[in-house]
Ligand binder design. Structure first.
Ligand SMILES: *Cc1c(COP(=O)(O)O)cnc(C)c1O
Length: 372
């Protein structure tokens, strides 16, 4: 069986974990946590980053940082993972769902204006498959109306918009290090604080609502409860696993992008346009080898494709279900988002992981071509 995903490990993880165990400092914000944060701050030129236990947690921190109050509206694409919306709903936000483009799953920025009201507090964009949203348009609309922009860049490590790393364009950004992402530590995330006015409060929210960080910095002589927050720090054991991966980020990216390219080159060279559409990368965006997907012409075709691949021992999977139709949110709004529903029914993801061999990719490509 060719699995859909196989988390990559570099081999150095165990040695780094042993180092943490021997140090006697296993909690968060220790040696490896700081090394990971420094890595991102230096590599992407970010004023401040904080390691979290998931991207979901980093998004929850965003909702607290922009001070969402009950009734505030937040615009979010419907075609995304639950966490993008849930983190804001927990703080009382009303979600206004946006549709995707017809030719790619990212938020359709040309229709954003119609969703904005005086209650709009933030726009949360998702860079699907690591491909950038049209950030200039989104930032301009947001600035004119004093709306925050948050980037769910869970899939977008090492990918850019007009040369700028994704997650660093908006006020705040988030990464995920879940085992399905390019760089992983099982469960993990990062908050990217691009707007420095958020730094002090983010450190408090991160540390259970206490000013512990200010205490360590010598700014106060005792620490206590000063704000809302939660326990968002991962253990240094997880940071050790993550750091081993960060050291190999270039190799990981090179390999994943090569696999993506092999898929793409195969499919554009055989004439399959009548049966599938393929990822389109706008000129302002890059591909980071996070995901290779096809869009079928109908849901029936997709069901058949997935089962034909399964019969050949290849595990391909569909992806998000439109959030505006989810059991939890469907009765709150009555929105009609045709492109989000189309990707819900027709998009299929093919296996893509570091150890996938050229022969296996070739086998998968031929299996897809022979399914029609
Ligand atoms: C993976 C993912 C998340 C959730 O990340 P966790 O680290 O599992 O919380 C959120 N949003 C998007 C777009 C994702 O791909």
């Amino acid at each position: 069986m060719i699995p859909f995903n196989k988390p990559y490990t570099t081999g150095k993880e165990i040695a780094y974990i042993e180092q943490v165990l021997a140090s006697g400092h296993l909690s968060g914000n220790n040696h490896f946590s700081k090394k990971c944060q420094d890595f991102f701050e230096n590599r992407y030129n970010i004023p401040k980053t904080l390691l979290t236990t998931s991207c979901t947690d980093a998004l929850e921190m965003c909702a607290m940082l922009i001070d969402i109050q009950p009734g505030d509206e937040v615009i979010i694409p419907s075609y995304t993972f639950v966490s993008t919306a849930l983190s804001f709903v927990r703080q009382g936000a009303k979600i206004i769902f946006a549709d995707s483009h017809t030719d790619q799953p990212n938020i359709d920025e040309t229709k954003l204006q119609t969703l904005i009201t005086p209650k709009t507090k933030a726009i949360v964009v998702v860079h699907y498959a690591g491909v950038a949203c049209e950030m200039d348009t989104i930032m301009t609309i947001a600035k004119e109306r004093n709306i925050f922009v948050i980037e769910d860049a869970a899939q977008a490590i090492e990918s850019t918009y007009k040369g700028t790393q994704l997650g660093t364009v908006g006020d705040l950004g988030t990464f995920s290090f879940h085992e399905t992402k390019n760089v992983q530590c099982g469960e993990g995330g990062l908050l990217l604080i691009n707007n420095p006015t958020f730094i002090k409060r983010a450190e408090v929210i991160w540390e259970k609502g206490t000013n512990r960080q200010a205490f360590f910095n010598g700014e106060v002589d005792k620490y206590g409860w000063v704000d809302t927050g939660s326990s968002y720090l991962p253990s240094d054991i997880l940071a050790a696993v993550l750091y081993a991966q960060l050291e190999e980020i270039d190799e990981i990216q090179q390999q994943r992008k090569a696999i993506w390219q092999q898929y793409y080159d195969y499919f554009i060279n055989v004439d399959l346009e009548a049966f599938f559409s393929f990822p389109s990368i706008p000129s302002y965006a890059t591909n980071n080898g996070h995901m290779f997907y096809l869009v079928c012409k109908s849901q029936e075709q997709r069901t058949q494709l997935i089962s034909k691949l399964k019969s050949k021992s290849i595990h391909a999977v569909f992806h998000y279900q439109s959030l505006h139709k989810s059991a939890y949110y469907k009765n709150k709004l009555n929105q009609n988002l045709v492109n989000s529903d189309m990707y819900t029914d027709q998009l299929v993801r093919l296996p893509l992981f570091f150890e996938l061999s050229k022969d296996e990719v070739d086998t998968i490509c031929k299996a897809v071509a022979s399914s029609i």
